[in-house]
Design a protein around this ligand. Structure first.
Ligand code: S3P
Length: 179
């Protein structure tokens, strides 16, 4: 795909449930567009000097969510970045509002696909317990919030390269739209 189009300054934000490929896809997209890649979870972990799982354990979820909200407000002005949010970040309407002028794309996948991708991982505090139960539970709790996002890509059975190309195609359309 030709990624040399003259994309105007506009933050490109990838969001969606854990395991939808926000980070892997975001890195490829940033590379192709010649943009900086920002992974919100990595920024928060670096600032706090601990992994998110430890933060949930020692400070609690509310502490993490406050840092996440602060960071969304700060990143909304990063016109030349590709930003991967944590899966819960844009469930908060204030954080969606912070990115109102950005091109926000929500990556989706079926519960089965997510389970296959996440089952062997134990670093997601929101999935503590039984991932087989937690994934559909949390997906259904977040469905209405994710539905508020205008652009979606289904990632089920697609490669990272394929999803990255779809993201760039959507971004191209968004960056041609008048502000
Ligand atoms: C979370 C998703 C995680 C991370 C934190 C909370 C969530 O990010 O922000 O564990 O609430 O869905 P990924 O979506 O990158 O796994």
């Amino acid at each position: 795909m030709d990624t040399r189009f003259d994309h105007r300054p506009l933050p490109l934000v990838l969001t969606g449930f854990m395991g939808t490929g926000k980070t892997s896809v975001g890195q490829v997209v940033a590379e192709k567009l010649g943009r900086e890649f920002v992974d919100m979870d990595v920024v928060i972990e670096a600032k706090e000097g601990m992994p998110i799982s430890k933060m949930f354990e020692t400070r609690g979820e509310a502490y993490f969510r406050a840092l996440e909200a602060e960071l969304c407000a700060r990143l909304a002005g990063c016109d030349n970045a590709v930003i991967a949010t944590g899966g819960g970040a844009l469930v908060n309407p204030d954080n969606r509002a912070a990115f109102v002028d950005a091109c926000v794309i929500c990556l989706d996948a079926t519960a089965e696909a997510l389970l296959a991708r996440l089952e062997s991982m134990c670093d997601r505090p929101m999935l503590a317990g039984n991932a087989r139960i937690r994934i559909p539970e949390l997906l259904s709790a977040r469905r209405a919030a994710y539905a508020q996002i205008a652009r979606h890509i289904d990632t089920t059975n697609k490669s990272i390269a394929q999803i990255a190309d779809e993201v760039i195609a959507l971004f191209k359309v968004a960056s041609d739209e008048p502000r």
